[in-house]
Design a protein around this ligand. Sequence first.
Ligand code: 39S
Ligand code: MET
Ligand code: ZN
Length: 770
Amino acid sequence: MKTTILGYPRIGNQRQLKKICESYWAEKTDKNTLLDVGRSIKKDNWILQKESGIDLIPSNDFSFYDQVLDTCLTFGCIPKRYNNLKQGDKLDLYFAMARGLQKNDHDLTAMEMTKWFDTNYHYIVPEFEKEQTFEFFSSKIVDEYKEALALGIKTKPVLIGPVTFLLLGKEKESNFNKIDLLDRLLPVYCEVINALVDLDVEYIQFDEPCLALNLNNAEREAITYVYEKLHAEFPNLKVFLANYFDCYGENLETALKLPVDTLHLDLVRCTSQLDDILESKLFNPKTKLSLGLVDGRNIWKNNFEASLNFISKASQKLIPENIWISSSCSLLHSPHDLDLEHNETNLPAEVKQWLAFAKQKLEEIATLKGLSSNYKAEYLTLFEENKLANLKRSTSSLIHNQAVKSRVGSLNDTHSQRKSNFTNRQQEQKKVLNLPLFPTTTIGSFPQTKDVRSWRLQLKKGTLSQKEYDALIAKETEKTIRFQEEIGIDVLVHGEYERNDMVEYFGEKLNGFAFSSFGWVQSYGTRCVKPPILFGDVSREHPMTVKWSKYAQSLTELPVKGMLTGPVTILQWSFVRNDQPRVITCNQIALAIRDEVIDLEQNGIHIIQIDEPAIREGLPLRKEEWKNYLNWAVKAFRISASGVKDTTQIHTHMCYSEFNDIIENIANMDADVITIETSRSEMELLDAFVDFKYPNEIGPGVYDIHSPRIPSVEEIEHLLIKAKNVLPKEHIWVNPDCGLKTRDWPETKTALINLVKAAKKLRTEVLEIA
Ligand SMILES: Nc1nc2c(c(=O)[nH]1)N[C@@H](CNc1ccc(C(=O)N[C@@H](CCC(=O)N[C@@H](CCC(=O)N[C@@H](CCC(=O)O)C(=O)O)C(=O)O)C(=O)O)cc1)CN2
Ligand code: MET
Ligand SMILES: [Zn+2]
């Protein structure tokens, strides 16, 4: 039996990669230093895995920005607008594709970003056209293999499989099917593989998580075609085929027939799959199985007893040499190292002993191997420790709160129903709010500058008192209110300066959560989150946001929007307990948010935004399970939003989501106003709302806040006219795609001034026509 993992976190255990990349972008660091930091992270990761007892260590799981963007570069899939950069430095081209480039005589938009399956990780969306060609453009995968080899480690390079790569991409023209590009892409895959085989590569891991989705026949046939072809071309290459995040489902038959060396199973997400495979007539016992037993998506200690049961089941049909013990998916989605955590207040020792981060997961994988070996005796203490920790968790008094359980138990339909329907509410709200046509607003956060973050750090260290900290935040909030007044925004926000993150902040205020100090997980590029750890029943002890919203409202006559994170998003972006159904946990959060909404209303806040950017991401990968999820997710949002008067306007916000498949459910959330991300796709994401005749008000984003690029008045106006042509004008709001926290002030100022100008121009035009 051997151990492996599918990938390791690459941001560095102190977020070294984030810091160096951001410094490089700011032209404060040179390229060599950047490359050095990259090399040292890779080296540390490889050595750590080796020392932890991982037998087959991945390479090319490192990335300076995103693994899908890396794949685009590997195969020369570079949109034409970057052609002028192709002769220059490849890393600069790469970052231009990721972030856009507005410098010298360049003005290039970034490529689109979207969610990686059901995770909070965002990948860069490949762009394909009908005449798309491919070439072996970047040798990163080969270079990294050599880099590890030089350290004496023969790795398993990781490559996104060609079918998944194509399916993740976007057809930029409507007259072809991207899957038909396979004939042009596959020869280039062969070239890349050839280069690796020339270096004596034994294993290549092909990630094909599209196998967890509902595929059509053509797509399934593409899988067969690819792996038969690779087998014919490279009969000695060991193909490690990785599916994860769900079962193979109706793709299992296809997978079992493939001439691959190893099939990887995510046994965390899909526990039934091992039986299905072992009992299948199609299963070739010479095929190795990689048992994904250690959860790459959550932070609870593995249950060794349960894992050993899987291993022993597999051992009845397979010789030990044909069994891999592995992580369920890449550990990219896990925080680095629990050993760094020493803050007892945030992470009590009792909770800490239930957890395992990436480094600890390596140890768990090695221990599972030990426990399945002839040296089992040496590992029995670890087994007993694991059993005890899991037992303690299941019986801990920290977890249960009877009052919360009974409140959730007594929820009924009135809790998820506003007092009147939207049309009535809209009339009532018009009377009290008195907003112009095309009202302007922002999504909530304003620049989280280095200063703001350093105040929080100083507060944590004790070098700033709470009072001093609050005074600084108040000043920043006031500055932001004044700025919005000056430039003519209609519905203001307070700026969210008091928050480290839109989920972690609420976690900190709610009972039932613990926090890490260094548990960073990459969300996109250099941006990371520290998901709070939801271990017990959730309740709200005190109001969480009233103080700052009330303060901001006291500064101005204009309406200030209250700002909350919705229950589904808090659930989705936390590490959630796995001892009860998610719907129950979600309803607990929904009730806490509902109480907060009511408190805001009672304190004079008449517009309240409940962000639900993760509602789409939480969708199960297989359509069969959508209905159930959408029912409870939409209901949880409604529970949080329905405690208020008709005159109180509820907003929601979503970003990086495709809405086509779920638009009916989005409408069913019945928010008075929804703001969505649409600008990178040139309003394409609006189509779903138009086709469905979305009944409520809507603010399609007209400023791509994930890029430092500043949109011109004309560009914004162009997008607004697009919206005005397809939506009733009384329903349209004007706002950026998402919050401004990742932006700097100079670009924010110019962009928002342009945004207000564009809205005003449109108002005048409409009035002139009328
Ligand atoms: N949870 C979550 N998921 C999300 C989003 C989101 O906002 N939150 N937005 C979407 C896009 N994803 C994003 C994810 C992260 C960030 C982001 O800005 N993250 C920050 C960290 C935010 C944070 O937790 N900040 C803390 C800690 C800040 C910090 O790094 N402090 C320094 C010290 C301060 C300094 O001097 O720089 C340190 O600890 O070393 C704070 O403000 O208190 C970053 O990576 O830079 C943005 C978008 C989708 N998913
Ligand atoms: C990822 S959605 C972000 C919403 C939040 N209110 C903000 O403006 O930052
Ligand atoms: Zn957003």
